[in-house]
Design a protein around this ligand. Structure first.
Ligand code: NAD
Ligand code: UD1
Length: 342
C-alpha cells in the first residue's frame, strides 16, 4: 500500500502527552510536514526539542489557542493542511465538574472553531481524540463501537466528548468530502521508551498513572486505591491500559485509512483504541513495583463516585479496518514510566 507521506498535518494539542507521542510516530512513519498548535496550558514548549531529539525532525510549533478564531484563521492561511489531528482540550474529570462552562467552551467551542477554520480552508480530514467515557456507565464489556453512546455519562468532560462526536457526525453529513475518524481511547499509560517525553500534567492529576508517578517522586504521600469490593477477580477496578506508543501508532493507521479514501468520499469512522483486555488496579501497582524494586505507599479507600468495575475495549474493528493492534504490554509501560521518572 502506498501512503501519501507528503501530507501536511496539523496537530492541535501536539505538545501534550498523546500528541507528542503521535508526532514521533508520524515522523517514524515518514510524515515530515507536521505543525503543532498548542496554548501550552498543560504542556511545555521544551517537548518540541525532545520530539526532535527522538525523531531527528523538529515540527513547526505555533503557540495559540483553539478559542482564538483569528489565530486559527491565520494558521490555515499560512499552511495548506491535508489533515488535522485534534488533541487539544481539557481532560481533568474532577475539574470539569467544578468548571463545566470552561470545559464546554474549550472542548466543544474550540472544536467548532477548528472545524469552521478547516471548512473555510477546504481541509476536511480530521482525526479526533474521543474517549471510552462516551459509552457511559451502562455499557457491557467488551465495549463495541456499535454500542449506544451518551447514556449515563457521569461528568461534564465525558459529555463534551459525546457532544463533539455528535457535531462531527453532523458535519460529515453536511457536505461531501468530510472524512472524520473518531478514536475512542481507553486508558493510555506509559511513555516513549527513550524516557524523553511522557505524561507531565500541570496541577493535581486524577488518572491512576500520573498519580502513581507523583507518589513515586514523593510529590504525593500515598496512592489511594478507590475500592477493593468490585465484582472483579481481585476486587479492584479493571481497565484497558494501552501503551501510549501503541495509541500513537493507532493515529498513524487512522491517517493512512483516510489517505486511502477518494477525495470526495464522505466518511465517519469510529474505532476503539485499546488492548482488548482488562488489567486491575492492583495488577498495575504490582507491575510498577516489580520494575521499580520498591513498594508504593498506598491505602484502599471507598469507591470513587462515577467509577465502574470493569472496562475494556472490543478491538476487532480497528484490527480489521485499520490493520492495527497493540504490541506492547503493561510491563513495557511500567518500564518506560520508570525511564521517564529518571
Ligand atoms: P494533554 O493535556 O497532555 O494534551 C492536551 C494538549 O492540549 C495540552 O498540550 C494543552 O496545553 C493543549 N490545550 C489545552 N487547551 C487548549 C486550547 N484551548 N488551545 C490549544 N491547546 C490547548 O492531554 P492528552 O492526555 O495528551 O490528551 C489529548 C486528547 O486526548 C484530549 O482531547 C483528551 O481529552 C483526550 N483523551 C485523553 C485520555 C487520557 O487518559 N490521557 C483519554 C481519552 C481521551
Ligand atoms: C477516567 C474518567 C474518564 C476519562 C478517563 C481518561 C472518571 C470516573 N472517569 O477514567 O471519564 O475518560 O479517566 O481521562 O473519572 N484509581 C485509583 N486511585 C487513583 C486514581 C484511579 O484507584 O488515585 C483507579 C480508578 O478507580 C479506576 C482506575 O484506577 O479503577 C483507572 O482510573 P483513571 O486513570 O482515573 O481512569 P478511568 O476511571 O478509567
Amino acid at each position: 500500500m502506498w501512503y501519501n507521506v507528503g501530507m501536511k498535518i496539523l496537530l492541535t494539542g501536539g505538545t501534550g502527552y498523546i500528541g507528542s507521542h503521535t508526532a514521533v510516530e508520524l515522523v517514524a512513519a515518514g510524515y515530515k510536514e507536521i505543525v503543532i498548535f498548542d496554548n501550552l496550558s498543560n504542556s511545555k514548549e521544551l517537548v518540541m526539542a525532545k520530539i526532535a531529539e527522538i525523531s531527528g525532525i523538529e515540527p513547526e510549533f505555533v503557540e495559540g489557542d483553539i478559542l482564538d478564531k483569528v489565530a486559527l484563521k491565520g494558521l490555515f492561511k499560512k499552511h495548506k493542511f491535508d489533515a488535522v489531528m485534534h488533541f487539544a482540550g481539557l481532560k481533568a474529570v474532577g475539574e470539569s465538574v467544578e468548571k463545566p462552562l470552561q470545559y464546554y467552551e474549550t472542548n466543544v467551542g474550540g472544536t467548532v472553531n477548528l472545524l469552521e477554520a478547516m471548512r473555510v480552508a477546504g481541509c476536511k480530514k480530521i482525526i479526533f481524540s474521543s474517549s471510552a467515557t462516551v459509552y457511559g456507565e451502562h455499557a457491557e464489556v467488551p465495549y463495541s463501537e456499535d454500542a449506544p453512546t451518551g447514556q449515563g455519562i457521569t461528568n461534564p468532560y465525558g459529555e463534551t466528548k459525546h457532544v463533539i462526536e455528535e457535531i462531527l457526525k453532523d458535519v460529515a453529513e453536511s457536505e461531501s468530502g468530510w472524512q472524520v475518524v473518531i478514536l475512542r481511547y481507553f486508558n493510555p499509560v506509559g511513555n516513549h521508551p527513550s524516557g524523553l517525553i511522557g505524561e507531565d500534567p500541570n496541577g493535581i492529576p486524577n488518572n491512576l498513572m500520573p498519580i502513581v508517578m507523583k507518589v513515586a517522586r514523593g510529590e504525593m504521600a500515598e496512592l489511594l486505591i478507590f475500592g477493593d469490593d468490585y465484582d472483579t477477580p481481585d476486587g479492584s477496578g479493571v481497565r484497558d491500559f494501552i501503551h501510549v506508543v501503541d495509541l500513537a501508532k493507532g493515529h498513524v493507521a487512522a491517517l493512512e485509512k483516510l489517505s486511502g479514501l477518494a477525495a470526495d468520499d464522505s466518511a465517519i469512522l469510529i474505532y476503539n483504541l485499546g488492548t482488548g483486555g482488562g488489567r486491575s488496579v492492583f495488577e498495575v501497582i504490582a507491575t510498577y513495583e516489580k520494575h521499580a524494586g520498591k513498594k508504593l505507599p498506598r491505602r484502599v479507600v471507598d469507591r470513587r463516585l462515577g467509577d465502574i468495575g470493569e472496562v475494556y475495549a472490543g478491538v476487532e474493528k480497528a484490527a480489521r479496518e485499520l490493520g492495527w493492534k497493540t504490541e506492547l504490554d503493561l510491563d513495557d509501560a511500567m518500564r518506560d514510566t520508570l525511564k521517564f521518572l529518571g
